[in-house]
Design a protein around this ligand. Sequence first.
Ligand code: ME8
Length: 523
Amino acid sequence: MKSFYITTAIDYPNGKPHIGHAFEKILADVLTRYHRFTGKKTYFLTGVDQHGQKMVKTAEAEGVNVATLTKRNTKGFIRLWDKLDVRPDGWVETTDDRHKACVQAILSHLEAKGALYKKSYAGFYSVRQEQFLTDRDRDEQGDFGSEWGEVIEIEEENWYFRLSDHADWLKKAVEANDIKILPEFRRTEVLNAIDRAADTDLCISRPKERMSWGIPLPFDPDFVTYVWFDALINYISFAGYRKTEGADLPEFDTLWPADLQIIGKDILVPAHAIYWTCMLHAMGFESHEMPTLLVHGFWNIKGDKMSKSLGNIVDPDQLADQFGVDALRYYLCRDIRAGKDSDFDTSRLIMLYNTELANDLGNLLNRSINMTKGFCNSTIASTETDNEEDLALKKSLSQTTQEYQSAMNQCEVSEALKAINQHVTHCNGYLERQKPWEMKKDEALLPRVAEVLSHTAESCAHLAILLRPILPEAAEKILAQLNKPEFGQLSIDDLKWGLLEQGHQTGKPKPVFPRILVENQES
Ligand code: ME8
């Protein structure tokens, strides 16, 4: 069986990971856990892009060796992903010998088949973006805008990839939807860009005398590989493509093509939709062997891009310390709209956590387990009743599960959370109407009290299992209080009404989502 293969862009470790990086990793982690939950064997690959001029410049500025800087920064990414419960199966580092060997094997293969050539070129070069610029890159005033940073004029020999040979193929493949780009409006963006971006060949080398921190071309060692040509290959090198004998890497055929390659909108065109697809095609991959690109939007701050110069970079490490990992994962998944940008806002994080987790779900759970303990000796009664309210509650849960599944299948985690919240609201309303705290005053009604509380406890079990891919820690705590930690192993097809059997003893209640208290105001 082929594994479901999820990869994310490899982060550029020239500093600390920001909230945009954290979001992308959490999204990939959530989808990985979800696909496992549906019974699919799933593999999640991510890591760091360690070569390129930015690393050299940062090392120079800090007065350290570039290899030392790389190691230090990489460690920071690994530590943070672990802290945020992001658990990749494979970890990419582009300075790894296994990756270098694969990049060099691909380069030799492409050179041998005539897909690469050497020529001299004079033109403008963006130091920041590490690429030659053309007149198309000029703004309306005819200047190279500030996004290109320092622009210099240079003439040099380099190696080029015959990208333009693949332009017709690429256009047809995207038009026919053989190469899948999600959401749909991003596919239109790619179609609009192909004519412009795929008609010039791609410079894939840098002279070693100018840039030594890269992978040498095997057939011309005075040159190193251009950082994007090197980095894009990570998706296949670490999946076992052309692996050297004995290398500890997966079997490529069990993974490729990637079912989801998750990237941000800034690196769709030209890097992933054009360079990468054409590179794969030149290597011999056909249209049906292309990865599906899932493109997410950006997290901005009050409408502005996060940037060092604006000093508005949001640090996920600090947020996790301040509010907890669950609150951060919940907010990032809850407040992003499919493929669109969002504004990061700490007060919304607090508000959403306090209302939807602490008040709504947290109270439901706490009331259910507390009252089951206090009124029913912690014992579950039958949930097979024909009371109209009970049937409506069962129906609401089944609707939530269906909507959740359909949203998650479309990678719409925010919609899946809304589906979960609908059932939470239904359950809280059910408790308010049934009032078990009133009924228990009449001994004759105690069997009904037990039935009502068993319905909400059963709901909490399902909700925890559905939430598990998004909030693994909280789900574990909820299942522990229900005295059913083994439910963490269930797959979505096991979710049938009646998971908690009659006579089951629930555990001790303890708040899972303590309210976040803000100084001077309680949200
Ligand atoms: O692009 N909001 O690395 P990177 C959401 N190394 N996502 C964001 C974001 C934001 N504000 N800012 C960046 C690179 N991202 C290359 C990739 S892959 C072969 C090489 C996303 O560290 C960005 O879109 O600049 C990308 O998907 C990822 O974070 C890493 O960005």
